[in-house]
Design a protein around this ligand. Structure first.
Ligand code: FAD
Length: 645
């Protein structure tokens, strides 16, 4: 293809072999340790205080490292993880319903449409059980059932109930647990917390990650912070689409700056479109709201059988309703994975049977569950979600079905990391949603919290120690090192350049237009023609951005337009790479649905012979990225056409 060149294949050289269930244990034993007296002399920068970064910073400090922690919010506990609603998976098998580490491993590899690494996913499933113990010990108030055991519920892509939850606020409760652990270490002086600081550049010294350049978002001061290693836990990039369920601040800048410095970006086109979000209501909106997947435990999804049926839902009799997920996928019913449920919703709406003012909506109906279990039981499980829905739409979901439609929610792509969570830059580790790791082409619900906490509490503390122990004492470097000075100058120049344009369009207007291009051509369905068009449009709009964007104010203090301008500039570059990645992957898998590649009944059609690899992209600065392929092999879960029927 004309848009990129192909480079050498890449291998995950840290991946252990042998029986899958022994790999992590053996690897952990074989890795080197840093003795406690030496840990005190080492500094680690952790960018991000969500579940991944918060848990990592707390754990590393608890082990004795000096940690510098950064976030752009005013408090570490406002990280976007706080928004997570439905739950966290773990293979505890408290229900005795057939769950096991192997089943969670199997479900996750299959759920990701065979585009993730078996070794990583198995480790994730193993560690999942430790996470629940850790969080319970911290006092996280998981829901409990009558006998006092932790309660669980179902999430998509699984036939067991392995999702632990705290009403519809699981992320908040888990983050408070991690935050308390972090605060304890801040209090002890082992973590230096830098809230309202934005990382704008990565500093490499002799090819290793040794620091970051940050801007104090309140005073505008730019500073360079050096360390022995850098950990990015900076979250996902769904906001490239402008409208998404992510918090408004979520952005790609930390990852993208690292990418420009040499960290490969893997599978950027793998985006998760979540089926149950409140539909878009007009151009005024700047964000979308998720209705947790947990609601599909009790809510039934349907549309009228007849096209253009305008009756109110309660007037439509049972035999004139199409419970299409239960009809098409009888084994999993309303709990099919997100990619499948989203496409099915799109299909029924495209066929003219969508509901609501725009026709882009389907019903999520709780009438049966309320009749069966009573309103109180439904309130106890989902009360806060029902309240949120009513506040936004003015409709009472206890009385009328919710209206939902798919929206951008999560990004499976991210910086490429090896089994040790180290990027292609030595000393740069990437955890949580910011890395590409364990979810393949489609993440199963309740698995992001599991991965973030697995990375932060249990994996990184081992693998980072191994890196530090194996690297020997690194040279002491400070902000006056020429490479650090150069990185700082890049940041200053970029800010000056953005401020100097003084054009006639707001940053938001560019971001909104970019989002529309992405949603139209790189969203739920992609095609060669659409992606090519998108690339042209993105390039033209990016050029306009650098000529016409208006960033009022200066860089000397709080300036939200300046913050946004830097982030949108990076989104432009990422968007192009996403489209190139989507264009080159001439197959459908998980959330990546190419119109040209579908089975006769409209399901994703993988091409394992040509595309069973991770696409790791190298930045070259010339506009033509280089593709490195990491082949995926499957010894335990053999690739088949995914079926939830
Ligand atoms: C509405 C919603 C509900 C969800 N519900 C669930 C659920 O029920 N179960 C589940 O498993 N998953 C859920 N998810 C997904 C899950 O919440 C996220 O994937 C996960 O919380 C990401 O955690 P993280 O630690 O990787 O990143 P985040 O929580 O996004 O944290 C990113 C951190 O990085 C910092 N940061 C970023 N860039 C910079 C920078 N340049 N400089 C300094 N700091 C920076 C931010 O300040 C923040 O502290 C949900 C997602 C959404 C949107």
């Amino acid at each position: 293809m004309d848009l990129y060149t192909e480079g050498d294949p890449i291998a995950d050289t840290r991946a252990p072999d042998g029986p899958v269930e022994t790999r992590w244990e053996r690897h952990r034993f074989e890795m080197k340790l840093v003795n406690p007296a030496n840990r005190r002399k080492m500094t680690v920068i952790v960018v991000g205080t969500g579940l991944a970064g918060g848990s990592a910073a707390a754990t590393l400090a608890e082990q004795g490292y000096q940690v510098r922690s950064y976030c752009y919010q005013d408090s570490p506990r406002r990280a976007h993880s706080i928004a997570a609603q439905g739950g966290i998976n773990a293979a505890k098998n408290y229900r005795n319903d057939g769950d096991s580490v192997h089943r969670l491993f199997y479900d996750t590899v299959k759920g990701g449409d065979f585009r993730s690494r078996e070794s990583n996913v198995h480790r994730l499933a193993e560690v999942s059980v430790n996470i629940i113990d850790q969080c319970v010990a911290q006092g996280v108030p998981f829901a409990r059932e009558y006998g006092g055991l932790l309660d669980t519920r179902s999430f998509g892509g699984a036939q067991v109930q392995r999702t632990f939850y705290a009403r519809g606020q699981t992320g908040q409760q888990l983050l408070l647990g991690a935050y308390q652990a972090l605060e304890r270490q801040i209090g002890l002086g082992n973590v230096e917390m830098n809230a309202r600081h934005e990382m704008l550049e990565l500093v490499l010294v002799d090819g290793r990650a040794r620091g970051i350049v940050v801007r104090d978002m309140v005073t505008g001061e730019i500073s360079t912070e050096m360390a022995d290693a850098v950990v990015l836990a900076s979250g996902g990039y769904g906001n490239v689409f402008y409208l998404s369920t992510n918090a408004k601040g979520c952005n790609v800048t930390a990852s993208w700056r690292a990418h420009r410095k040499g960290a490969y970006f893997a599978n950027p086109c793998y985006t998760q479109i979540h089926p149950t979000c409140i539909p878009v209501s007009g151009d005024h909106q700047s964000k979308l709201t998720l209705m947790s997947e947990s609601l599909r435990n009790d809510g039934r999804v349907w549309v009228p059988k007849a096209k253009g049926d305008q009756r109110s839902p309660r007037e439509i009799p049972e035999d004139e309703r199409d419970y299409y997920l239960e009809r098409i996928y009888p084994s999993f019913g309303n709990l099919v994975p997100r990619d499948i449920a989203s496409r099915a919703a799109k299909n029924v709406c495209d066929s003219g049977r969508g509901v609501g003012p725009t026709g882009l909506g389907v019903y999520l109906d709780f009438a049966d569950a309320i009749n069966r279990l009573g309103r109180k039981a439904i309130e106890a499980k989902y009360g806060n979600l029902f309240e949120m829905y009513e506040r936004i739409t003015g409709e009472d979901p206890y009385e009328v079905p919710m209206r939902i439609y798919p929206a951008v929610h999560y990004t499976m792509g991210g910086l490429w990391v090896d089994y040790d969570l180290q990027s292609s830059i030595p000393g740069l580790f990437v955890i949580g949603e910011a890395n590409f790791s364990d979810h393949g082409a489609n993440r199963l619900g309740a698995s992001a919290l599991m991965q973030g906490l697995a990375d932060g509490y249990f994996v990184l503390p081992n693998t980072l120690a191994n890196y530090l122990a194996s690297s020997g004492p690194l040279d002491k470097v400070d902000a006056s090192h020429p490479e650090a000075v150069a990185a700082r100058t890049e940041v200053e120049d970029r800010i000056k350049r953005l401020l100097a344009i003084n054009g006639d369009r707001t940053v938001d207007s560019f971001h909104r237009e970019l989002g529309q291009i992405m949603w139209e051509h790189c969203g739920m369905e992609r095609s060669e023609a659409g992606l090519r068009k998108a690339i042209d449009e993105i390039r033209a709009l990016r050029e306009q951005f650098w000529q016409r964007v208006r960033v009022p104010g200066d860089g000397e203090g709080l300036n939200q337009s300046l913050e946004k301008a830097g982030r949108v500039a990076d989104f432009f570059e990422l968007a192009e790479l996403m489209c190139i990645d989507a264009l080159h992957r001439e197959e459908s898998c998980g959330g990546h649905f190419r119109a040209e590649h579908q089975t006769p009944d409209g399901e994703a059609q993988r091409d394992d012979d040509r595309f069973a690899y991770v696409a790791a992209w190298e930045y070259t600065g010339t506009g033509e990225p280089v593709l490195h392929k990491e082949d995926l092999t499957f010894e335990y879960v053999h690739p088949t056409q995914r079926s939830y029927k």
